[in-house]
Design a protein around this ligand. Structure first.
Ligand SMILES: Nc1nc2c(ncn2[C@@H]2O[C@H](COP(=O)(O)OP(=O)(O)OP(=O)(O)O)[C@@H](O)[C@H]2O)c(=O)[nH]1
Ligand SMILES: [Mg+2]
Length: 214
């Protein structure tokens, strides 16, 4: 949950999805692409053969016109089935989620199971999935056997969440996914946190500040 601590406001954002879908790659590219006022190192807690065993963490932040420090902690969960306990712990108290699906045709079942586990785990950790800011990213668009865009859009047409196509390996769609999540987070929290009224932050400035385009 967003936390107010003195003169700072902190949001926890989580990249969730099946094993090897490109969650860690999203954070690596964001770290390269973004230039907010505050940008920490990308910390990878335990990896083996490129697979996340615990989580990755990228801290970002910027200061609102009022002086309020807005901080973001971006996490990835480990996608491998065995690490469900860790996924739950990382998901706990999240303010928003980017669901990173793998466009490879062979991964359709894994995507569906992982999305189901996201809804199940939200319930288990007490997150209100109905109102959770969420962005769905279909990554690995460069693969020759990627499910065609029209098919993905048709399948997700009834879903309320922004859908972003990405090739995280080349940095494509990574910033767009993060920006879409920032907007959803802003819409959820702006009124209660008085972001526009007291802190001088309209939606566009909130997104631009986090991306470093302010
Ligand atoms: N072809 C292609 N490969 C990608 C893309 N994004 C990531 N990969 C590759 O997919 C593999 C897994 O990427 P990671 O970012 O480690 O995936 P992850 O979701 O963090 O995996 P876990 O931590 O095991 O859950 C790596 O070899 C990446 O280079 C992409 O857009 N296209
Ligand atoms: Mg990973």
């Amino acid at each position: 949950m967003s936390e107010r601590e003195g003169n700072s406001l902190s949001f926890k954002l989580v990249y969730y999805g099946p094993a090897q879908s490109g969650k860690t790659t999203n954070l690596l590219r964001l770290h390269d692409q973004l230039s907010p006022e505050l940008k920490g190192e990308l910390m990878s807690m335990e990896t083996k053969d490129d697979r996340t065993l615990f989580f990755d963490l990228l801290p970002l932040g910027f200061r609102a016109p009022s002086g309020l420090l807005i901080k973001f902690r971006l996490f990835t969960v480990p996608g491998q089935i065995a690490h469900d306990g860790t996924r739950k712990a990382v998901l706990s108290r999240a303010d928003g989620v980017v669901f990173v699906a793998d466009s490879d045709r062979s991964q359709e079942t894994n995507n569906a199971e992982s999305f189901q586990s996201l809804t199940d785990n939200c319930r288990r950790v007490g997150l209100d999935f109905e109102h959770l800011p969420l962005v769905v990213q279909f990554n690995k668009r460069d693969l020759p056997n990627a499910v065609p865009e029209a098919e993905i859009r048709a399948r997700w047409s009834a879903a309320p969440w922004p859908l972003v196509l990405a090739t995280a390996l080349r940095g494509e769609g990574v910033g767009e996914s993060f920006a879409a999540l920032l907007l959803a987070v802003y819409e959820r929290h702006a009124a209660a946190q008085e972001l526009a009224t007291v802190h001088g932050l309209a939606a566009a400035a909130f997104v631009a500040g986090a991306l470093g385009q302010g």
